[in-house]
Structures are given as structure tokens and as C-alpha cells.
Design a protein around this ligand. Structure first.
Ligand code: PLP
Length: 504
């Protein structure tokens, strides 16, 4: 689009009634321009009209335009060049999450990305980037974005000190890639932590450092399964796990969950899996804990059918009430469980450090496989992480975060309580970083998530996490990221959006 008619396009957007009446003007203008960028109405490198001319064309104050521009600048959609204006950035925030996050607009059908990809990518490549569901938001983090933790609380000064200490006394081996499953003191520290806090049954040798859960699942899939093997996944399921299994050519078989966690029936048992992906301590996204009976059932079934269980223990550090839940791995006497943990939640997501605890008989093969497939490194960071744990900072940081998140959860639960009057159900939540509001089957949860997005609140529709015909409806709402003093306000806005939508 030429600059000349950008104002017209924006005016159309603003007049289409796409934005709720209560949305402030600067926010509408911001949204309209952001959409122009994400939908590629405004291409990379395009120059935006001046704030003065936009304010005249759109008939809003110049401060309104300035506030909208400021937010676009802050979020990286545009860049300002002194003296020559404001331009659409070449690297959009969405670009960082292209594989899974598409622009909000659904009406355009296939995106440019998909069209381009159809011509050049392999089947595996297409599986990696194809749209997850009907609807995905951009990667921009906003209040209530599920799975985001509050890394502004991270003790940066301390972390810098630990890193500097390692760099100052640098040992040349720390500059090499890691050949033997990762930096030994870190593996020891993790083993000690898991033995005590998660009742994981292990020796240090079984702990391998990866660059996060995503890479751990990838490693398990590549080393243990072949193309067209079957992977059981929970339904609903963590989308990134689903995605990486599919990329590796596995066929997904969705097993329903009930109040006791993954609930396979006789029908499911006939579909023999090579891998079973599960989150027994806190099912993602619905939050239930797998019962003792189900754990036994799953372990026995895995043993009898030669399947491997991938246990994703992604946020068990944040248990607010009740006794700690032991790992499934700790009950496994046959060596069928691969236990996965991550530092994304407690430290910060970009640290890209996680671990997989493999059964003893797989240790050597996994060490070689890890080295051949991922060439792991970042040993200096691993060394600082070992110090962080050994010196007690890890446990005290978890303690502090737990207090904060528990308070945010309480405030959000209170703010959302009124949605029950409109027929929504707030699922109980005693751990983790998110909660789920469930709706009746006839409700369009995608629409409600879109309405929330128009208020600057990023919640995810539960239906997008479901496989198959029947999709549960609800919203997944993260409470870890938004500041404590804002939770009640945002929660009230969201409750309002939900109630209004359900009463229509
Ligand atoms: C269910 C689940 N598992 C694992 C992770 C962490 O993944 P990673 O270690 O790849 O950051 C997340 C993060 O959001 C998650 O929601």
C-alpha cells in the first residue's frame, strides 16, 4: 500500500467497529497500525506518514498518534530514524515466533508465509511451520499471556556476578562444546535437587543438559521413534510438544484427560504407542494431577508394550498448596520414563537450559545422540547455573517467585469469580503459572480470546490445544507475568469481556 491511502485504510479499520467502545483512542490507532503491519498491508521498510498528517487525517489529537507510535516503537514494529521519519521494521516481533504464531486476521485465509512455504519446504518443514489451529496470536507478551513468567523479578545483578566469576577464572574446557551430557557440577546439582524435591530416582550420570524441554522432546523423538510411529499425547495438550513430535514424523493419538489425568481406555490401549507424552504433576493446560492408579496403569502399560513415557515436569516448582507431588519417574521400576525439566520458568525463557533424566540403559546412547544432533555448548552458562543452585539462590528465588505468583493467582481468581454467574467454570488451581476458565461446548472461545486481545489482554483459547473433532472450550490465562498491582484491574476487564460475551 502506498503511504497516500494508509490513512484511509486506518480510518476504515477504526470505523468498522472492530474495537470496543471503551478502548482508548491511542490503543485503537496502535492496533490498527499494528494490524496493517502484521497483515502486510504496510510492508517492511515502508515509511509511516508523519504524526501531524495522521492526526489530521484520522481526526484525533497528535498526542494520541504519538502514544500509538511510542508503543509500536517499544514493541519493535517500527523504528524511528532521526530526521527522516518512522519506518516499518524489517524484523517484526512476530518473526521471532513465526513457526507457531500467525497474524490475528483469519479472513485472509492462508498467510503469505504458508504460501511461500508450500513451494519450497519439505514435509517436515511444513509440519514445523504450519498453523497450529484456526487462531494464534502474535508473540507479543501482554498481561495474562500463558506460560510467561515474570523475568523482571530475576536477580540480574547476582546472575551477572556469577557469570563474571566464571569468565574471570575461565577454564579452557568451558569454551568447548559439551561432549558428555553437560557440565558435570550442574548435572550433580540438578540430580541432588531432583532427588530431594521431586523424588526422582537417579544417578548423576542419567542427567543430560539440553537447551530446554523443546530440545529434550526432540531428542527423545529422534532417538527413540521412527517415522509413522505413534505418540500418545494428552487431549488437550501442550502445543509445542505436539508440534515437535509431529515434525519428527510421529502420528499423534489423542488420549482424553479426566480429573485423574491421562485416561486411556481399551480403545486407546489397542493403538500401541512408541512414545507417551504426559505432564502428570500438573497437566498442561488443564492443571489436574495424575492419580496414583493412573500412574501405575501407565507405567505397567509402557513396560508391557515397550513404550517410553516422556514426563514433562515443567512447572512443579510452583506448588502453592498441598503436599509436593512426586514425579512419575520416581515410581518407575522398569526404566521406561524419561523425565524432563526446564529452567525457562524459574530463571528466564531465553536461558535455554533444561535437562532430561534418561533411564540407565539409555545413558550412553543419549549422550552420543545429544552430541551428534545438538552439539550442545554454553558451558559457561551451565557453570554459572551450577553455582546458582549450589549456593542456594535457586531455592530462595523459587521461594520468592512462589509468594508472588500465589498472590497474583489469588487476585486473579477473585477478579474472575463473577464469570461463574454467566455460566463459566473457573478450574481449581493449586500450582503453576496459569488457570483455565471453562465454557460450555457451544461457546466460541476463539472469539472471546479475540475480544480480550482488543483490550490488550492475551489469553489463549482452550480449543486450540485440543485434537480431533470435539474441542473443549475455555480460556487459558497466565497470571505470572502481569504486575501484582495490575492484576485486579486486568482481571476485572477480562471478567467483563467474558461475561458480556457469554450473555449475548
Ligand atoms: C507444558 C510445558 N512444558 C515445557 C515448557 C518449557 O519449555 P522450554 O524449556 O522449551 O522453554 C513450557 C513452557 O511454556 C510448557 O508450557
Amino acid at each position: 500500500m502506498k503511504q497516500l491511502n494508509l490513512s484511509e485504510w486506518l480510518l476504515t479499520q477504526l470505523n468498522l467497529g472492530k474495537f470496543p467502545a471503551r478502548m482508548p483512542n491511542h490503543r485503537r490507532v496502535y492496533e490498527a497500525i499494528r494490524r496493517a503491519i502484521t497483515e502486510q498491508v504496510l510492508p517492511s521498510g515502508a515509511r509511516l506518514p508523519s504524526t501531524r498528517s495522521l492526526s489530521e487525517d484520522l481526526n484525533v489529537s497528535r498526542n494520541t498518534i504519538l502514544a500509538a507510535f511510542e508503543q509500536l516503537l517499544d514493541e519493535g514494529y517500527v523504528a524511528a530514524q532521526t530526521g527522516s521519519g518512522t519506518y516499518v521494521n524489517y524484523n517484526q516481533p512476530e518473526d521471532f515466533g513465526k513457526a507457531n504464531h500467525q497474524p490475528i486476521n483469519k479472513s485472509a485465509g492462508k498467510t503469505i508465509l504458508e504460501n511461500a512455504a508450500n513451494n519450497v519446504l519439505s514435509q517436515r518443514g511444513l509440519a514445523a511451520i504450519h498453523k497450529l489451529g484456526d487462531y494464534q496470536f502474535g508473540h507479543e507478551v501482554q498481561p495474562f499471556t500463558p506460560t510467561e513468567d515474570d523475568y523482571s523479578r530475576f536477580p540480574l545483578a547476582l546472575w551477572r556476578r556469577l557469570l563474571n566469576r566464571q569468565w574471570r577464572a575461565i577454564n579452557p574446557t568451558l569454551l568447548d562444546s559439551s561432549h558428555d551430557g553437560g557440565y558435570l557440577p550442574l548435572r550433580k546439582a540438578i540430580a541432588d535437587y531432583l532427588r530431594v524435591s521431586r523424588a526422582v530416582n537417579l544417578t548423576v550420570d542419567q542427567v543430560l543438559i539440553t537447551s530446554g524441554t523443546q530440545q529434550s522432546i526432540d531428542l527423545c523423538a529422534r532417538l527413540l521413534a521412527d517415522h509413522n510411529d505413534i505418540a500418545w499425547v494428552e487431549n488437550p495438550c501442550y502445543w509445542a510438544a505436539r508440534r515437535v513430535l509431529e515434525i519428527n514424523g510421529l502420528k499423534l493419538h489423542a488420549v482424553p484427560v479426566d480429573a485423574e489425568g491421562m485416561a486411556p481406555s481399551t480403545k486407546d490401549f489397542r493403538i500401541k504407542p512408541k512414545l507417551i507424552y504426559t505432564s502428570p504433576s500438573h497437566q498442561y493446560p488443564k492443571g489436574m494431577v495424575m492419580s496414583y492408579g493412573r500412574r501405575r496403569l501407565l507405567l505397567d502399560y509402557a513396560q508391557n508394550s515397550n513404550a517410553w513415557i516422556i514426563e514433562d515436569d515443567y512447572d512443579s516448582e510452583f506448588r502453592f498448596e498441598g503436599r509436593p507431588i512426586s514425579s512419575l519417574q520416581g515410581m518407575d521400576t522398569h526404566g521406561r520414563v524419561l523425565y524432563l525439566g526446564t529452567f525457562s520458568k524459574v530463571m528466564y525463557p531465553g536461558i535455554r537450559l533444561g535437562y532430561v533424566v534418561v533411564p540407565p540403559q539409555l545413558v550412553d546412547d543419549f549422550k552420543s545422540g545429544l552430541y551428534e544432533l545438538q552439539r550442545p555448548g554454553q558451558v559457561v552458562i551451565q557453570a554459572a547455573m551450577a553455582d546458582f543452585i549450589e549456593e542456594g539462590h535457586f531455592v530462595s528465588h523459587i521461594r520468592r517467585l512462589k509468594q508472588t505468583y500465589s498472590e497474583r493467582r489469588r487476585l486473579l481468581q477473585a477478579a474472575l469469580a463473577p464469570v461463574a454467574e454467566a455460566g463459566a467454570r473457573l478450574s481449581p488451581v493449586d500450582s503453576g503459572l496459569h488457570l483455565v476458565v471453562e465454557f460450555d461446548a457451544n461457546i466460541d472461545d476463539v472469539k472471546i480470546a479475540e475480544l480480550a486481545a482488543e483490550q490488550g489482554l492475551r489469553v489463549y483459547p482452550l480449543s486450540n490445544y485440543c485434537l480431533g473433532e470435539y474441542r473443549e472450550k475455555g480460556l487459558i490465562i497466565g497470571y505470572a507475568y502481569a504486575a501484582t498491582e495490575h492484576i485486579t484491574h486486568y482481571g476485572n476487564v477480562l471478567a467483563d469481556v467474558i461475561q458480556t460475551a457469554l450473555r449475548k
